[in-house]
Design a protein around this ligand. Structure first.
Ligand SMILES: Cc1cc2nc3c(=O)[nH]c(=O)nc-3n(C[C@H](O)[C@H](O)[C@H](O)COP(=O)(O)OP(=O)(O)OC[C@H]3O[C@@H](n4cnc5c(N)ncnc54)[C@H](O)[C@@H]3O)c2cc1C
Length: 289
């Protein structure tokens, strides 16, 4: 017999938050991860341990706006919507274009990618180098946390049962000045899960590095970024000396711990991750984008 599933779809966010405050539910945004996570076998109906609450239609979670130089992105914006949005930085659009195929991009949301906390989530390396802050909303108000504190492990995040991820804030991203790149290595250019993801952020002031941020994905349980390694580069002149690049690559080599799985081997992932890092640091010029 098919099991009954309780579902909620409220018209407003405040009603949704009230329900979450009184009952533990599975939050469903685009559902592209939720449906896969709860499948129970070919021809067998999905099993949900808790009631489902739909949030993908809530207009309060779909705004994109500028506040001074900060960019606020509603957690339920789909990838396709973000590709059409003028304010979204080009490197983030580049990352989105590598995600799945159009059908998934029409459903999948940025908030879902964060809350799913996959080590191979494609938007995550960039969100880390943008120092993304997350607005978690409940009936008690808002709480703002850094993405690196929110994501705690594969599919493990610091969300309270009564909270919804409402907005992603990219601080100062609309200021001119940083050169940002995203690289994904997979079996093909799109519709493939990353073997390795890399994001680099660098701001130069008259040939010297003012700020640099480096993040590698799919080489550990969460994104790998180290403020201490980044500090080694601040103040250095561009182009970087080979010895400085080698020092940073060696330091990263100690902190990335990829695994063998069906998509790749640990050895391949480590080599590729360090090559992407070396390439980024070896550039002769960095143009703001
Ligand atoms: C065929 C296929 C291909 C894919 N390819 C890629 C790929 O190339 N790259 C990639 O990174 N991912 C890929 N994915 C994974 C998925 O599409 C993305 O992670 C997507 O961003 C998930 O968004 P969603 O809205 O569908 O999340 P959902 O499935 O709705 O939710 C995912 C998780 O986040 C929680 N959640 C969602 N939104 C919120 C919120 N606002 N507040 C609190 N909790 C929330 C849910 O409860 C659930 O635990 C693929 C998936 C499929 C099925």
């Amino acid at each position: 017999m098919v099991e009954k599933i309780t579902t909620y779809r409220f018209e407003r966010l405040d009603q949704t938050l009230s329900q979450l405050n009184s009952e533990d539910c599975v939050i469903m945004a685009g559902g592209t991860d939720v449906m896969v996570l709860h499948k129970s076998g070919r021809g067998v109906p999905l099993k949900f341990p808790k009631p489902l609450v739909f949030i993908d239609h809530l207009s309060e979670l779909k705004q994109v706006y500028q506040n001074h130089n900060d960019l606020h992105i509603g957690a339920c914006c789909t990838y396709s919507e973000l590709l059409e949005e003028r304010l979204i930085p080009v490197p983030l659009k580049d990352a989105i274009k590598t995600i799945a195929a159009p059908a998934i991009r029409n459903r999948g949301t940025l908030g879902g990618n964060i809350c799913n906390a996959s080590p191979a989530g494609d938007t995550l390396p960039l969100l880390y180098v943008y120092n993304a802050k997350l607005v978690l909303r409940s009936i008690n108000g808002d709480r703002v946390v850094a993405i690196s504190d929110f994501i705690q492990g594969p599919r493990r995040v610091g969300r309270h049962q009564n909270e919804i991820l409402a907005e992603i804030i990219l601080p100062s991203v609309l200021e001119e000045g940083a050169h940002v790149v995203f690289e994904k290595v997979g079996n093909r250019n799109a519709d493939a899960i990353a073997k390795v993801g890399f994001a680099g952020y660098i701001r130069i002031n008259t040939d010297r590095i003012d700020d640099v941020r480096l993040c590698v994905g799919a080489v550990g349980p969460t994104m790998v970024r180290s403020i201490n390694i980044e500090k080694m580069l601040v103040g250095k002149t561009i182009p970087l000396a080979d010895a400085d690049i080698a020092q940073v690559v060696a330091a990263f080599s100690k902190i990335i711990r990829p695994i063998d799985d069906q998509r790749s081997t640990a050895a391949y992932r480590k080599t590729v991750a360090l090559n992407l890092l070396r390439n980024f640091l070896s550039m002769k010029q960095y143009q703001p984008n």
